[in-house]
Structure formats: C-alpha cells, structure tokens
Design a protein around this ligand. Structure first.
Ligand code: F6R
Length: 609
C-alpha cells in the first residue's frame, strides 16, 4: 500500500505533510511527493527514493500555503522514477491528485483523453484521474470530481487539490482506506491513522464511495457518488503517538519484538475467564449460536497471518475436534471452494486491508458462509466487512516484518480454540489449565527477551550464510515457516521452513557444512523424534541452531548453538518459540547492513493482487 496525508487549516502545510509522510513511510518508500496550494499555483515536489530525498529536494525553498497533500509510494504500475511519483498534475495545472489503489479501466480512459489531445507524462494508472477531473471541470469542482469518480473502475483512496479552490481539500474512497482526522482548527486526510494521531485522536473512517469535502474553516461534508449527503461517526482513536515512535529502539521491528509481553497481555486482557476455564470474545458474541453448530472451519490469510492460521488449525482441531483447513487467500479466491451450510470462514489479517484476504472474505460471503475476521487495525476493511470478529489490540505495527501481530494472532486463535473446545469436548479443568497457561505467557516472553544479546552473538556467526533451513514439528512446523519468512524478508538470505521429518524426502540433499539449520525442538511429546532428525542433519555436517526448553549434553552433542527458553503447553509453544527466531532474523539483517524496517521491494500492506 502507499501512504496519503493531506492537510487543510491555518498552519503551514508543507512541514505537516513531510512529517506525515515520515509516519507513513512503512507503507511505501519507493518514491514520495507532495503538493502545496500556494497563492498563485500548485507547488509540486517529487523524488524517487525515501522521504529523506524529498526533504533534500525541498531544502531551502519556500512552500507557502495552508493546504496540500502528500504521498509515499510502493510502486505497482510504472517504475519508481520521478514522473511516476505522485502527486500527478492535470494537463492544465489546475488539479493535483494522489492515489492509492488501482484504476482498472485506466487504459480505456487514457485512450479517450489522449484522443482529445491530452498528453500523459507517466506510466501510472493514477495520472488519468487528474486529467479526467480537469477535462470534466466547468467551474464546479465537486461536480467534476463526482463525475470522474463515477467513471472509475477499481480501487482508490484519493486526495485532490484544486487550484481554483484553495479553501477545499477533497478525499474519496473505494476499496482503499481513507480517514479524516479532526483537530481543533484543522483537518487531516490520511490512508492510515498513524499519520494523524500526533495531531488528533478524533477520526472519521470513510466508507466505500464516500467523497469528503474538507474546508479551511474546519468543517467537512461527506457525500456519496450521487451527491447525497451521508453521516459518518466521529470515532476516538485509542492509541497515542508513542505507538508510532521508536521509543529508544534502533528499529520499529525491535521495539515491536520487545513490546510482546505487553501486546500479548493487551490482547488477552479481559478475555480469559480463568474461573470458568474459557475465553470471552465480545466480537463473536452474536455468532455464539452459529459457533455451536459449525462442523468445518476454513482459515484464510497471507504471509505471517497464514502461518498463525496454521497454528490455529492444530489448536482448533485438538481442542474442539472441528475439521479446519488453512488456505492462502490468493488461492481460495480463485478456486471453487466447497462451503457447506455449517462452514465458517475465518480471515486473518493484521492490516485488515490485504487485497487477497478481503477478496477471499467476500467470496466466502457470496457463497453463504459466515465470515469472521481477526485483525489489528481498527476500522479496517476486514473489520467492517466481516460478520463478526476479534481485534488483536496490539497497537499499530509499523515494522514491515510482522512480529507482535503474529503472537497476538496465535493468542486470539488459542482463545477461539478454547471457546469452541469448551462448547464441545474440553473439560473445565483443561480449560482452566489453558487459560492459566495463557496468562503466564507475557512473563515467559519477557524471560526470552533477556536472551537478546546471546542471540545477537549467535547471529554474528551466521551473517554470511547464503541459505538457511528451518525445521519444526507439530505446533512448531508453522513456526519454522514463519522463522524462515522473517529471515528472508529482512536479511535477503534464502530460507525455507519444513516439517522436520520431511527433510529426508528431499531437502536433506541441500545439507553440507555450509548450511545452517534452525530446529525448533521444545521438550514435548515429539522431542525424541526431532532429536533424531537433528542427528540426521548433523551427520551431514550442518551447523545446527536449536531452540528448546531444556538443554542436555545429548542435545548439545549434536548442535552448534542451543537457545533455551521457558516451557508452556504444547499448543502455546509457538508464542514462545517464534521470539528467538524473530530476534535471530533481526540481528542477522542488521549485521548485514539492511534497513529492517524498510526491506527492499516490500510494503506493510499488500492492497493489490
Ligand atoms: C511478513 C509480513 C507479511 C504479512 C502479509 C499479510 O512479516 O508482514 O507476510 O503477514 O502480507 O498481511 P496482513 O496480515 O496485513 O494481511
């Protein structure tokens, strides 16, 4: 996803937009630009690269004006060069537009406008919006914007500045998040609340096909595409500015790893009923009757959220005996999935904006399923469009590599499994045991974080490895997958996660003295089996790093590095075992000189297919 920040009020817009762009940089950092409505003209500045490049490009020049809009881009259509950078100006210089999303019919519109002699400068789909509005403009900006929006197909979050209307900033949303921040004397337009919480906690989340006209007297008006006025609630945002600051850590990722004792506590607070041995999830309150009668669950998600879903599958099947399938949302949406009358679809997404996950959610609803969501971002599309669901309550996750969202997703899935289990075959005693074990998790995570220096030291011995294997079994197989994903996305080292026993069916051929293998092997029912897998790989001279809950000489004999962490119930182990893997990936990436908060080619939220 790209980031949008707009401002209209009494203050100088340029510094506010620049600061907003920095807050949004985690959403896209290929190129950035902004426009300020200055008395005589629309002043646009754009550069490829990060916000710091934009700042340099602005250096020394005055950008007077109290209204404008900025954009930080994650390139989809067109390479991240200057001409493709937003804002895009219309052919007559009267409109500047920033755009998130994809205009699916841009080629048709572009051809029509070109036939009328309008010249296009960029390879983007977004530029067409600026020209189209200018082409339709006959003195009434609202009319031209609505006419243009009615001609667009696809998804958009738009910020529009009109030269003739210095008193007005316009925003529009369809399928791409956009909100209005309401401060005392000024208004903000943003695709993400992170850019406005430094100014106000009051926000209005726009719905699809909403168009907002924000004025410099602090008022705003929202209409639909037929120009009818609509009312949207002003909501209070719960978190504050320290959530979007590094708070003394070198990177957001490290801060978020260290936040996990608190984030797990916040996620489970008030939801674990120890005395009843169950969980209470208010977001599912209206679905309780259905949850009693379901006979199948499909979990759908992408990336890290998908791996959390895999842990959920094991938990729900174990506790509730309900068959669960986990499917990549990108596959689910284009298959012909079988959905029975008692199937529930559970979509998991930190951002709540991942295009494939949202499409899978819609597809399942179209086929009559109740579709529930697990997500973090309050007011996100997933939260609005699902038929019920659970928030993670972990505050904004800014690091592109997901960490605290994963442990919270697994915690929520554990609570759902407990709830479903208690409706079926989990006894009161077992329920109490699980709820108590969950309550002890934050303290155990805190213990693991004390191993940070030790893990950094281990990382220093593996920074030059070209490949890594991650192995785990049962509940820790998804952790192996997640550990490998963490490493590859921020260190750019090729890594694969496997169920430990699968190694003999092919991957063992890769192993020699240059191959580091991370084995997740807590002392559980499968420990001896995993130990024999470790022996097999050590016999091929691999360098073995093991994450376990109990070291002994036997294990040390076959391993190069042993990381010992506290133990918990098997089903909850992923919440602990993933933490050393997060730290290992983090330190390897930092030691390799990578920017872990802005890994190459990635964005925090993938809003395109
Ligand atoms: C990995 C990562 C991604 C996301 C994936 C889904 O660290 O962050 O793999 O997990 O893009 O994102 P959400 O959960 O927002 O749907």
């Amino acid at each position: 996803m790209c980031g949008i920040i707009g401002y209209i009020g009494k203050k100088d817009a340029a510094p506010i937009l620049l600061k907003g762009l920095k807050d949004l940089e985690y959403l896209g950092y290929d190129s950035a630009g902004l426009v300020v409505h200055s008395p005589e003209a629309l002043q646009v500045v754009r550069t490829p690269g990060k916000i710091v490049e934009l700042e340099k490009a602005m250096g020394g020049k005055e950008y007077p004006g109290t209204m404008g809009v900025g954009h930080t881009r994650w390139a989809t259509h067109g390479e991240p060069n200057k001409v493709n950078t937003h804002p895009h100006l219309s052919f007559d210089g009267k409109f500047a537009v920033v755009h998130n999303g994809i205009i699916e019919n841009y080629m048709t519109l572009k051809n029509k406008l070109m036939q009328k002699g309008i010249e296009f400068k960029s390879d983007t789909d977004s530029e067409v919006v600026a020209h189209l509005i200018a082409h339709l403009y006959k003195g009434d900006v609202g009319k031209a914007v609505l006419q243009a929006l009615n001609m667009l197909q696809g998804a958009f979050g738009l910020g529009i500045v009109s030269l003739d209307n210095p008193e007005m900033l316009i925003g529009a949303r369809r399928g791409s998040p956009l909100l209005v921040g309401i401060a005392k004397d000024d208004l903000f337009l943003s695709s993400d609340v992170a850019a406005v919480i430094g100014h106000t906690s009051k926000v209005v989340y726009l719905d699809d096909n909403d168009v907002v006209f924000m004025r410099n007297d602090g008022s705003h008006r929202i209409v639909n595409l037929h120009s009818q006025e609509v009312q949207r609630e002003v909501e209070e945002v719960e978190f504050s500015v320290e959530h979007v600051e590094k708070g003394g850590f070198d990177h957001f990722m490290l801060k978020e790893i260290f936040e996990q004792p608190d984030s797990i506590r916040n996620c489970t607070r008030g939801r674990l009923l120890i005395n009843e041995g169950t969980a209470k999830l208010s977001g599912l309150a209206t679905n309780i009757k259905e949850l009693r009668s379901i006979d199948r669950i499909i979990i759908t998600a992408c990336g890290t959220s998908y791996y959390a879903g895999m842990v959920g599958e094991y938990m729900i099947e174990e506790l509730a005996g309900i068959p669960v399938e986990v499917e990549y949302a990108s596959e689910f949406r284009y298959r012909n999935p079988v959905i029975g009358p008692n199937t529930i679809v559970l979509a998991i997404s930190q951002s709540g904006e991942t295009a494939d996950t949202l499409a899978a959610l819609k597809e399942s609803q179209r086929r009559g399923a109740t579709a529930l969501g697990i997500c973090n971002v309050v007011g996100s599309t997933l939260a609005r469009e699902s038929d019920g669901g659970v928030y993670l309550h972990v505050g904004p996750e800014i690091g592109v590599a997901s960490t605290k969202a994963f442990t919270a997703q697994v915690s929520v899935l554990a609570m759902i499994a407990l709830l479903l289990g208690r409706m079926r075959r989990v006894s009161f005693e077992q329920g109490v045991e699980i709820a108590q074990a969950m309550q002890e998790l934050p303290a155990k995570v805190q213990e693991i974080l004390k191993l940070n220096d030790r893990i950094k030291d281990i990382a220093s011995r593996f920074t030059n490895a070209p490949n890594f294997l991650y192995l785990g079994r049962h509940y820790n197989y998804p952790v192996a997958m997640e550990g490998a994903l963490k490493l590859k996305e921020i260190s750019y080292i090729h890594a694969e996660g496997y169920p430990a026993a699968e190694i003999k069916h092919g991957p063992i051929a890769l192993i020699d003295e240059n191959m580091p293998v991370v084995v997740v092997a807590p002392k559980d029912a499968l420990f001896e089996k995993v130990l024999s897998n470790i022996q097999e790989i050590k016999a091929r001279k691999a360098r073995v790093i093991v994450v376990t809950t109990e070291a002994n000489e036997h294990l040390e004999q076959f391993t190069d590095e042993v990381i010992v962490i506290p133990s918990t119930l098997s089903m909850l182990m992923p919440i602990l075992t993933c933490i050393p893997l997060q730290l290992l990936a983090y330190h390897i990436a930092v030691l390799r000189g990578n920017n872990v908060d802005q890994p190459r080619n990635l964005t925090k939220s993938v809003m395109v297919e």
